[in-house]
Structures are given as C-alpha cells and as structure tokens.
Design a protein around this ligand. Structure first.
Ligand SMILES: [Zn+2]
Length: 183
C-alpha cells in the first residue's frame, strides 16, 4: 500500500483546471509535483531533486469570487552562502488566491487575496505553483547552526582570507585587465 500512496495522490492533481467549476463544486485537490518540472525555479536551486506538496480548497466567496485557499510545502536545495554546499530549505506557502479574468479585474480584489489570472477560463497548476515557490525563496540561504560541511567551509573561508595567494589569480586584477582590453 505504501508504494501506491504517492501515485494515488498524484492522480488528484490536474494539469490545468477551471477555477469557476472547481469553486462552484467546492472541490479539494492535493498531491505532489516534482521540482524538475519547474525550469525557472530549478535555475535558482542547487538541485532539482525533490517535490512540492500542494493542497487547495476551492469555493465561491460571499461576493461571488472564485477562491482557493491552501498551502504548498517543499524542501528545496539552495547554495549555502557560508560553505557553498547545497543546504535544505523548507518552504511553506499559505495560499489565499482569487481567480480573475485580467489585470483590471485583479485590482478589484481585496488585499488578502493573491490574484491569479485565468487564460481562456483555465489555470495551469504547475505554472501557478512555480510562481508561488519563486516568491517564497529566500534571497540568501545558510545551513542551520553548525550544519555546514566542515571541509567545504574551510576551503571557502581560506580562499576568502587569502585573496593575494600567488597560485590563484586575483579577481580584481582579472577585472582590471578586462577593462584595459576594452579601452
Ligand atoms: Zn553551509
């Protein structure tokens, strides 16, 4: 049974959906999407391994808006800025989405809803999830306290401490020679 479980969850996630239909029927969906299918997100990550767990509850609110609330949870690998090795970063995004026809319609949404614009009445789930994860990425990432790779840390800090090492070209002199070539 344990082997079947992820496949069953996957089956409830549509590739795209009509938010008006889901909201009218008060549909709930949940399942996992592989990070590999998010090219823009993976470009910012140290690894494309892993997945994102998505849960959404659809409804029509008191002002007849098409709404989805829920969450996205994922552990992504970002380059640690101390040791430069991949560090696991837990992302947990709370969602409160108002589906709209266009940008003008989006301006009329109350501030507690994030607008998602429908295309021909539909939304591509993976595109929506990728955008939410991109917004949730921290600008810089570090391993937790003492979680750095000690070998990589030693290397990273020794190169910082010895910028004039004769075996290693000084980045500033490279820049200077590049500038000189241009002129
Ligand atoms: Zn680290």
């Amino acid at each position: 049974m344990a082997i079947l479980f992820p496949a069953m969850l996957n089956d409830t996630l549509p590739k795209y959906f009509d938010p008006r239909k889901y909201a009218a029927q008060e549909v709930s969906i949940e399942g996992r999407l592989l990070l590999k299918q998010f090219p823009e997100l993976c470009a910012a990550l140290a690894s494309d391994e892993g997945d994102a767990f998505v849960h959404l509850d659809f409804r029509v609110d008191e002002d007849r808006r098409y709404i989805a609330t829920g969450s996205i949870k994922s552990t992504v690998q970002l380059e640690c800025q101390r040791c430069l090795e991949p560090a696991p970063i837990e992302l947990e995004v709370d969602l409160s989405i108002g589906f709209v026809y266009d940008e003008d319609h989006a301006k009329n949404l109350p501030g507690d809803y994030d607008p998602v614009v429908m295309t021909d009445g539909e939304v591509v789930l993976a595109e929506m999830v990728e955008q939410e994860l991109l917004l949730a990425l921290p600008i810089v990432a570090y391993h937790a306290e003492s979680g750095c790779n000690p070998v990589a840390l030693k290397y990273a800090s020794s190169t910082d401490d010895a910028p004039d090492d004769e075996n290693k070209p000084n980045p500033f002199s490279i820049l200077a020679s590049l500038k000189a070539k241009k002129n």
